[in-house]
Write a protein that binds this ligand. Structure first.
Ligand SMILES: Cc1cc2nc3c(=O)[nH]c(=O)nc-3n(C[C@H](O)[C@H](O)[C@H](O)COP(=O)(O)O)c2cc1C
Length: 356
């Protein structure tokens, strides 16, 4: 009896198994609009048997894109192309999820394979906003403007508006990206937030931006559908955000209406002391959050071995696992995992059934 291949229910949504595709930017959008690539890419992974597809970070505002090629949901005309993809994912038996986010001081970059550096204005770049006027570092050196109170409010409203559009596009599982040094993380990490108003300084003040954003989104996002948050559970840096902070944040997010914490790590500063990654290296973060904050969690990070994935969920170290790069190498990872674990196939496209 496999736990990995048992259903998982969160609010009114039931995943056919505990395997999700981790959000991964494709940088193939034009004006934020999803196209053929997204339909093919996400569609293949839904046909590959995943229970949940979390479509890559869609920017809630044009200035919140990591690159000019990011997906976006800041305008109504971006809804229908995403809806087409979601209809297809659902038809394959996967739950259509989406991550929404704002890249803050890590916005306005070239694509990773084009160097990933900040883009100058004459190369298609744009001005940055962040909690404080501190650049990320040498690699991303553009200095952001410290957000005004009005910009904070407008950005939170943009998250809510994007959530409403996501719902119109048929998204059933919404994730707010508050990890990896992007805007919400840069508010709660003391390494990137030097504000002296109600959004900086104490723990309470630094988590205020994210908690208010969640509450604003929850007013728009249906109560019966899962609202989840990806956090960086630690900054891996002296004087930075810690796992203890994450446990307390998770308690508060739960009280604000969040249903699951997706526990990633890092990204706040370039000189973090990241340990040499090994399989499942981030699992202990979500495990502790799950135990101490009493909230469902997703584990992510170098989970490629089906036996490891099975052990994580069967031992209650997380409720679901998210597969990132391994799913780029193998869109059929869930079907292969089922074979490895000796699970009799009851999912996947019937037209492929003779292959399994
Ligand atoms: C190409 C690529 C794009 C990514 N884009 C996102 C993203 O949009 N949002 C996010 O939260 N994480 C993003 N990530 C991080 C992944 O979701 C995942 O957390 C990370 O790759 C670790 O999992 P893995 O070891 O299974 O790949 C990205 C990773 C890759 C490789």
């Amino acid at each position: 009896m496999s736990t990995l291949f048992s259903p998982f229910q969160l609010k009114s949504v039931t995943l056919r198994n505990r395997i999700g595709i981790s959000p991964m930017c494709q940088y193939q959008a034009s004006e934020g609009i999803a196209g053929d690539w997204h339909l093919m890419h996400y569609g293949a992974r839904a046909a590959g048997g995943a229970g949940l597809i979390i479509v890559e970070a869609a920017a809630v505002a044009a200035n919140g894109r990591i690159t000019p090629h990011d997906l976006g949901l800041w305008a109504d005309w971006q809804i229908e192309p995403l809806a087409q993809i979601n209809r297809f994912l659902k038809a394959q038996g996967a739950v259509p999820g989406l991550q929404i986010g704002h890249a803050g001081r890590k916005a306005s970059c070239a694509r990773p394979w084009e160097g990933g550096a900040h883009l100058a204005a004459d190369a298609g770049g744009w001005p940055l906003i962040a909690p404080s006027a501190l650049p990320f570092g040498e690699a991303l050196s553009k200095v952001p403007a410290e957000m005004t109170g009005q910009q904070i409010c407008e950005t939170q409203m943009a998250f809510a508006a994007a959530a409403g559009r996501a719902r119109q596009a048929g998204v059933e599982w919404l994730e707010i990206n508050a990890a990896h040094g992007y805007l919400a993380h840069s508010f709660y990490s003391p390494l990137s937030n030097r504000r002296t108003d109600g959004y900086g300084g104490s723990f309470d003040n630094r988590v205020r931006f994210l908690l208010e954003t969640v509450k604003t989104v929850r007013q728009v996002w249906p109560e019966q559908l899962p609202l989840t948050v990806r956090i960086s559970a630690t900054d891996w840096a002296d004087g930075g955000w810690t796992l203890e902070d994450s446990v307390e944040l998770a308690r508060r997010l739960k009280a604000a209406g969040v249903d699951l914490i997706d526990a990633s790590a890092g990204g706040a500063v370039p000189d973090a002391a990241v340990p040499a990654p090994k399989p499942g290296f981030q699992v202990p973060f979500g495990e502790r959050i799950r135990a101490e904050a009493g909230i469902a969690t997703a584990a992510v990070g170098l989970i490629a071995d089906p036996m490891l994935a099975e052990a994580i969920v069967s031992k209650g170290r997380a409720d679901i696992v998210l597969i990132g790069r391994e799913s780029l190498r193998d869109p059929h990872w869930p079907l292969h995992a089922a074979q490895t674990l000796g699970v009799r196939q009851s999912f996947g496209p019937p037209q492929y059934s003779r292959a399994w």
